[in-house]
Every structure is written in C-alpha cells, then in structure tokens.
Design a protein around this ligand. Structure first.
Ligand code: ADP
Ligand code: MG
Length: 232
C-alpha cells in the first residue's frame, strides 16, 4: 500500500558526551542529531540536506545501528521479514532501535549504505569480486560458481566489466570504487539504500555520471533511496 512507509524515523536523537575526563563528571552533551523525523515510501527518494557538521552522517549511522541512537524510533516495514527471526516479544516488532542481533542481521540484508569516501570502504587486500561476493557468502550462499555469476553480472550493471573482479581497490579510480560500492550494496537485493554524500569525494567531472548511475539503478532495482548531501 502506498500509504505504508518503508522507513519511518521518529524524533531520532544521538547525543555524545563531551568534556569530562576519566574521573570528572560528564560536563555536557554534543547534540549531533537532536530529534529528526521523516518517512520514506517504497520506491521514493528522500534527500537529507544540510551543512557540514549538522549531523547527517550521525543520523544515517544511527538509523542502521552502526551507532546506538540515544532516543527515538526507527520503524522499518521491510516486506517479508521472517517473523521466526524475531528475538523478542516487545510491542514494536519493527523498531530497529530495539532489534536484537538476529533481527539486525536480517534488517541489514534489506538496507545498505554507501559512504562518502570510496577508498576507506574496501579492504585493500580483497579483490573487487571478493568484496562484492562477501555479503552473499556471509548470508549463506555457499556455491562459488553461483556467487561468481551474480558478481560478474552486477559489475557490468554498474558500468564495470566482469574482468574487473580480479582487480584490487588501488587499481580502480574513485568513480570506479563508488561503482563497486554500489555493486556491493545491491548484491543482496536491498529495499533501501542510504547514500551518504556518495559523490562528494569524486572529481566534479565524474560526479554527474555516478549520480545518473544511482538514478538508473534505483529504477532498475526498485529501490528506496535516502540521499544525503550538503549541496542541493
Ligand atoms: P555531517 O555528516 O552532517 O557533516 P556528522 O554527523 O558527521 O555531520 O557530525 C555531526 C556533529 O556530531 C559534529 O559536530 C561532530 O563533531 C559530532 N560528532 C560526530 N561523531 C562524534 C563522536 N563520535 N563523538 C563526538 N561528537 C561527534
Ligand atoms: Mg557526513
């Protein structure tokens, strides 16, 4: 139903203690994110725009629980999540902020992140193909041939070539690394992609082509997109 959001963020807060050394009392908090709310519907793109330092990345990391939110709710109606995966009996079964380990695991199949810095996103000792195949392996696809077929197909769909699977990250340009990051993000067929300034670190000359690729992939994979930028 169009009216059911895929993701609902309600009054999300993330505060960090500041000041105060080991033996002194906490002297205050940095309100990195102080009560944001929004909805994203299936297939929709939502832009989260604000100046540098206003808390966009902190919000993104809190939504996917790379950091623990201080307060608020993050409700995800991720389609056919298996009720057997539920770890607890609370009254907010879709509230990510209350997910246990198994629920988080399942949720992380459906929501993927792309980060600003394509260089720090990859293990320098892992080939491009292995980087894209890893989530498949982690989530239980044991057949190597099957993984290879999926990886080669995805590399081509993001504008790389199947032969690039044997390259190491340092052999790829910044734009190619962001293409690879997209391939890795899409390999588990997620419902939502959170892209945190995905082109800000790229040469201006290639920003437009990566943005247009994201646009095409969103349609092709029927994705919802949370697009974070400091620049409208
Ligand atoms: P943006 O992505 O919008 O540029 P961030 O989310 O990175 O902003 O940071 C928001 C604010 O939170 C900044 O003032 C930053 O210094 C602060 N901050 C981020 N992470 C931490 C942390 N781990 N500890 C303390 N303060 C932090
Ligand atoms: Mg940021």
């Amino acid at each position: 139903m169009r009216d059911t959001p895929l993701l609902s963020v309600r009054d999300l807060k993330k505060h960090y203690p500041i000041g105060g050394g080991l033996f002194s009392r906490e002297s205050g908090v940095a309100r990195a994110v102080d009560g944001i709310s929004f909805d994203i519907h299936p297939g929709e793109t939502l832009g989260l725009v604000g100046e540098s330092g206003c808390g966009k990345s902190t919000a993104a990391r809190s939504i996917v629980r790379l950091e623990e939110p201080t307060d608020g709710e993050v409700i995800f109606n991720g389609g056919d999540r298996d009720p057997a995966v539920s770890d607890d009996d609370d009254t907010h079964p879709n509230d990510i902020t209350r997910f246990g380990r198994r629920e988080l695991n399942s949720f992380r199949r459906e929501v993927q992140m792309i980060f600003q810095d394509p260089s720090s996103s990859f293990d320098p000792r892992m080939t491009a193909g292995d980087a894209v195949a890893e989530p498949l392996f982690v989530h239980g696809m044991a057949d190597e041939e099957q993984r290879r077929t999926i990886v080669e197909d995805l590399l081509e769909r993001v504008g790389l070539s199947a032969a690039d699977r044997d390259k190491y990250p340092h052999e790829l340009s910044g734009g190619q690394k962001q293409r690879l990051a997209l391939a890795r993000a899409l390999v588990l067929n997620p419902e939502l992609v959170i892209a945190d300034e995905p082109v800000s670190a790229l040469d201006v000359s290639i920003q437009a082509e990566v943005l247009s690729l994201i646009d095409d992939l969103q349609t092709e994979f029927d994705l919802s997109l949370l697009f974070i930028s400091h620049d409208i």
